[in-house]
Design a protein around this ligand. Structure first.
Ligand code: SAH
Length: 243
C-alpha cells in the first residue's frame, strides 16, 4: 500500500499542463495527495486535459499560499533538484529518497517538493528540506520536465511501498516527531539567541544557520527533544536578561 500521507508539493508551477500531467503520474502510482503553492493558472482546461483520468486527484488538490501552509504538520521534507550548489544539501538518489518517504510516512505526513519550471527550488525553500533528491541525468542537460521528474519519483515511491510491505516496519518512534513548523520556530529562536550572544553576526552570517539547520534536520527531533532545546534557549535568554 502506498501511504496516503505522502504529499507531492509543486511550488509555483507555471504551466497548467505540468500540473495535469503530475496528477496523472501520481494516480498511476497510487499517490493522491497533491499540494499546489500559488499555481499560475488553476483550475485550467489544459490541466484537466493532461490529467486524463486523474482529474479526481486534480480536484482534490490543496491550494496553498505559502510553503509553510503546504508543509504544515510534516516531519520530513525532501526537495528535488537537478543542480548541485555551493553549500551542498545532503543528497539522496531517487530510490533512497523514496525509501525515506515511505518509512517516514509511518510517523505522520511527509512531503516531496518540486520547484518551478524556470527557477527550480530556491535556496530558502531547500533550507526547509531534510534531504535533496537528484535524478541522475546527463550533466550537459540534467534538468527534466517537471511532470517527468514527478513521474520518476512517484514510481520509486510505488516500488518502495510494495517492497516495504513485505518487510517489518523499521523505525517507528514513540514520541511525535517535530513538524516542519516546529522546526521553523526553533530555527528562528536559535538565530535570535545566537545573535544575542554575538556568536552570529548578521552582517557576516557565513552560512551558519544553514549548516545548523542541516545538523538538526539530520537528527529528526521528537517533541521532547525539541522542548529541551527550546528550554535551553529560553534559559540562555533569561540568564542574559538578569545581568
Ligand atoms: N532550472 C531549474 C529547472 C527546474 S525543472 C533548476 O535548475 O533547478 C523543475 C523541477 O523539476 C525542479 O525544481 C525539480 O523539482 C524537478 N527536476 C528537474 N530535473 C530534475 C533532476 N534531474 N533531479 C531531480 N529533480 C529534477
Amino acid at each position: 500500500m502506498v501511504p496516503a500521507n505522502i504529499r507531492i508539493v509543486l511550488v509555483r508551477p507555471t504551466h497548467p499542463g505540468n500540473v495535469g500531467a503530475t496528477a496523472r503520474a501520481m494516480k498511476n502510482m497510487a499517490l493522491r495527495s497533491l499540494y499546489l503553492i500559488e499555481p499560475e493558472k488553476f483550475p485550467s482546461p489544459e490541466a484537466t486535459d493532461r490529467a486524463a483520468g486523474a482529474d479526481d486527484v486534480l480536484q482534490g488538490a490543496v491550494i496553498c499560499a505559502s510553503l509553510d501552509e503546504a508543509l504544515k504538520d510534516c516531519h520530513l521534507v525532501i526537495g528535488t533538484s537537478a543542480r548541485s550548489r555551493r553549500i551542498e544539501w545532503p543528497t539522496l538518489d531517487p530510490a533512497a529518497g523514496a525509501r525515506r518517504l515511505v518509512e517516514g510516512a509511518r510517523n505522520g505526513p511527509v512531503a516531496l517538493l518540486f520547484g518551478q519550471e524556470r527557477t527550480g527550488l530556491l535556496n530558502s525553500e531547500l533550507d526547509r528540506c531534510h534531504f535533496v533528491v537528484t535524478i541522475p541525468a546527463d550533466e550537459a542537460y540534467s534538468s527534466l520536465n517537471l511532470a517527468s521528474a514527478v513521474q520518476i519519483l512517484a514510481y520509486e515511491i510505488y516500488r518502495e511501498a510494495l517492497a516495504g510491505a513485505a518487510v517489518s516496519p523499521t523505525e517507528v518512534r514513540e514520541g511525535r516527531l517535530a513538524s516542519s513548523d516546529d522546526m521553523q520556530r526553533f530555527y528562528q529562536h536559535l538565530e535570535e539567541v545566537l545573535q544575542e550572544i554575538e556568536f552570529l553576526n548578521p552582517d557576516k552570517p557565513r552560512y551558519l544557520m544553514r549548516r545548523l539547520m542541516r545538523l538538526f534536520n539530520r537528527a529528526s527531533l521528537d517533541d521532547n527533544e525539541m522542548n529541551i532545546l527550546r528550554g535551553i534557549l529560553n534559559a540562555i535568554q533569561q540568564g542574559r536578561h538578569k545581568n
